[in-house]
Ligand binder design. Structure first.
Ligand code: GDP
Ligand code: MG
Length: 163
């Protein structure tokens, strides 16, 4: 069986950007607007140093902006169903939000390794902003920027360590 890695997180944190970045190809739709309907995206990462299937669980079915918790619930159900490692994406520019806490809440009791991917740290000085996320209390923290291509190999190493 192919090891499974699932990307979860509230809308607009950069899940689809992370998916494309790790895939090395633009497969998922990156959207400036929240609540756009998209399909589940899965891709096989297969190269000399990595072999796993990556799934962007965000934006499944109809994303009702008034019921984002339903989207989060769906993501977590999918991740629990399939994932060996869960990438929980958060946004350093906004800091921790109630919906991030809801994701953590729903992951409680799930004994799957979680990596807390603090995205949008475009500048090195923004790395310290990520420390706020320790209070979510779940997952090893890694700070990245998908748009500025920061710390991709650190993240990859954490994923591979946990598979
Ligand atoms: P999703 O809803 O979680 O899948 O988020 P998307 O991947 O669609 O991205 C949402 C928005 O965040 C888009 O406007 C992206 O361009 C932006 N974004 C994604 N990654 C980064 C990043 O590393 N830095 C910055 N500044 N913006 C980002
Ligand atoms: Mg998306």
């Amino acid at each position: 069986p192919v090891p499974q890695v699932a990307i979860v997180g509230r809308p607009n944190v950069g899940k689809s950007s992370l998916f494309n970045w790790l895939a090395g190809r633009r497969l998922a739709i990156v959207d400036d607007f929240e609540g756009v309907t998209r399909d589940r995206m899965t891709t096989l990462i297969n190269n000399e140093d990595a072999f796993f299937e990556l799934t962007d669980t965000g934006g499944l079915g109809i994303e009702d902006p008034d019921d984002l918790t339903a989207d989060v619930r769906r993501q977590i159900d999918l991740a629990i169903e399939s994932a060996d490692v869960i990438l929980l994406v958060v946004d350093v520019l906004t800091g921790p939000m109630p919906l991030d806490e809801l994701v953590v809440e729903r992951l409680r009791g799930i004994e799957r390794p979680v990596i807390l991917v603090a995205n949008k740290a475009d500048q090195p000085h923004q790395d310290t902003l990520a420390e706020e996320f320790h209070r979510l209390g779940r997952g090893r923290l890694v700070t990245v920027s998908t748009t500025q291509n920061r710390n991709r190999s650190d993240l990859m190493e954490l994923i591979l360590d946990r598979l």
